[in-house]
Every structure is written in structure tokens, then in C-alpha cells.
Design a protein around this ligand. Sequence first.
Ligand SMILES: O=P(O)(O)O[C@@H]1C[C@H](O)[C@@H](CO)O1
Ligand SMILES: Nc1nc2[nH]cnc2c(=O)[nH]1
Length: 382
Amino acid sequence: MSAPVKIAVSNGTTNGATNGNTNGALNGATNGATQEVNGADLKKMKNANPPKVYIGSPHKEFNPSSNDSMDGNQFPADPLQCRIEPYSPYNSCTYEIVQSVAEFLLSRVTIRPKIGIICGSGMDGTTGCLADALTDSTSFPYETIPYFPTPTVPGHMGRLVFGYLGDVPVMCMQGRFHYYEGYPLWKCAMPVRVMKLVGVTHLLASNAAGGLNNNYKVGDIMIIKDHINLLGFAGNNPLMGPNDERFGPRFPAINRAYDYSVRRMAKAVASEMNINNIVHEGVYSVVGGPSFETIAEIRMLAALGVDAVGMSTVHEVITARHCGMTSFAFSLITNKSVTDYESYEEPNHAEVIDMGKHREPVLKEFIARLVKKIEHDRQQSK
Ligand SMILES: O=P(O)(O)O[C@@H]1C[C@H](O)[C@@H](CO)O1
Ligand SMILES: Nc1nc2[nH]cnc2c(=O)[nH]1
């Protein structure tokens, strides 16, 4: 996060990102006049890590200080003013707000993706990540998107990238939001609803996870066939609070959350890539984090039938299923869960990020091939 901060302006020159040029349009996200709304930590993070814009990369970067198209938009000049109450356990993000965010994005990109991708730890880094593989891309640092949360975790970038993976239009979240960052679950999952109203029908989420299954090795991939929503057991669910039927029903079924036919396609991709030996199918469980698990907790999860444990994805998938999206997710096993009281091993975030980077080429190809199959299937079933 130490690269110089530059912003590409529409006339092809560059400006400092802190340029306060408002022009009646959106202000630069790092403009000193920030709000209190996201809490002290987030504010500190924003000041420390202003959004990065890659000059000379294949990306077109959304330029918050240019004049392009605020027409008809009801947002105030500064996107940081468009923040929603961050800590309410109940969803305070209305259908209309999500719709306005979708319109904000759609008015600035020409592609219309049907597939949305969420990149997990290590796959959302600064270089070589999936989002970098997109062509003809336009990216939006999260700080420039009205009502969007902003990530606070090292190793997680924060931008939404529209572009083509191969020849398939996709939108990709490079960096996600976690419960342990202080965001309620509905807010962690709010971008999924944005995807839905942008027109996305298929969600693909990846995550880093600790492997409990003895057959799994570090670096393996686990296609998620089901989950145990431990946060939900404790009375915390992204769908808590008033339900808007325009998104979905009050009581959605979740037993078919991880689409069977997409899982079959993923297994076919594993065969094509000749990586069946590292690809498994299993049960993922979410915990709140940020602390990793105790040995007793790991033993309990293993006894419950959990194959991998992490801190994300489940609330995104629940939100996606609620609004009728097809969902698929997989875990990269970045560490083996410790089950032995005699062991000196300790999980740590650095190894998680390192393993993500190490497996990046394989994961990129895995996702690209899967996206192609999904798109092909979508076209066939039209
Ligand atoms: O975003 P994901 O679920 O990939 O990230 C996992 C959970 C924590 O954020 C982090 C722990 O190292 O990895
Ligand atoms: N909860 C949890 N999340 C992880 N993310 C990556 N590894 C782990 C792990 O061991 N436990």
C-alpha cells in the first residue's frame, strides 16, 4: 500500500489524488473534508491508504473529480457523504439506495456483466491478481462509490472492476468486507445486492480458509458444497431486519445455496487443468474472527463435519440466494488448522496472503475457465 497515489484525469494528464477539484461532480475520495461516519479506525485507514490508481495499467480508472455524468444523480458532491449508518445490526440500506448505486455504476461503464466475482485473501492483492487479468476494464476504488464500505484489512485491495475475463464480461470485487472489521453482516454483503441490480445472475466467491479435513493440504482448493453458518446460529444473519420483497422472500431456502451444476462445471475445469489431486468438495464454516480458532473450537468444528473454516462468504452467498442469484464459492486452503495441544504451529495472516499469491496463477485459470463455462451454459439456456 505504499505506491504513489495518482489519479488519471479525463484529458489524459495526471493529478494528485488529493486534488480538491469538485466541478460539481464527485470529489476525490481522499479530499481532506472527510466524514466522521465510518468510525475512527476507518477514518484513520482512509487517511493512511488513499485510493490507488494505476497509471499506465490496462485499467481505465473512474475519475471522481472529472465532470463526467453526475447528471440526474441525487448524490452530494462528495461520495464520502453518501455513507450509510455502518454499525446498525439491521439493514439500513434500502432497495432505492442499492438501485441508485447500481445506476451510478451503470452510467459509467458500458459493459453489462452477468457474472460477479468476489476475490478472497491473497487473490485480491496489488499485483498479478484476477482483477488485473481483466481487459478493457474500468475500476472504481470503493471510496468513490456512494454508500460503499471501505476495506480495512492488509492484503485486501478495495476496488470494483468491470471488464472482460477472456471474452466474458464480469464485475469483480477486489477486496471484500468482513464482520470483524466492524461492519454488520448486511453491510459486508451489500455489494452483492449492488451486483444483482447491475444485472448479475451468477456470483462466484473465493476465500482463504483453514483446512480441517485431514486429506487437505495447504494450497488445495475446496469447492464449497454447503456451509455451516455459525454466525447465524448465534442470531446474526445478513437478512435480519425489515425485508424488502423486491430483493427476496422473508424466509429464503438456503439448502441449495451452492449450485449443483456450477459445481459440476468446476470439477470439469479441475479435470481439464489436470488438478484433480488438489481439488476437493467440502463444507465451509464461517466464524466472526479476527482471532483464529482454538484447538477445542477446531475439534468441535471437525466433529460437526466442517472441512474448512474462514471468516467470510456465507453472508454473501445467503444474500445472493435471497435475491435469486446462482452462487458458487471455493476456498483456498491457506493453512492447516491446528488440532494438537503439543503443536507450536500458529496460523497467521501473512501465510494466508502468501499462499494466495502463490496459487494466484492456478486460481486465475480455474476462475477464467469456469466463467467461460457458465457463460456458455447461460447462452445455451436462453
Ligand atoms: O476474505 P477471506 O475470507 O479470503 O479472508 C480470510 C479471513 C480473514 O480475512 C483472513 C485471515 O487471514 O483470510
Ligand atoms: N477462521 C479462519 N479463517 C481463516 N482464513 C484463513 N485461514 C483461516 C483459519 O485458519 N481460520
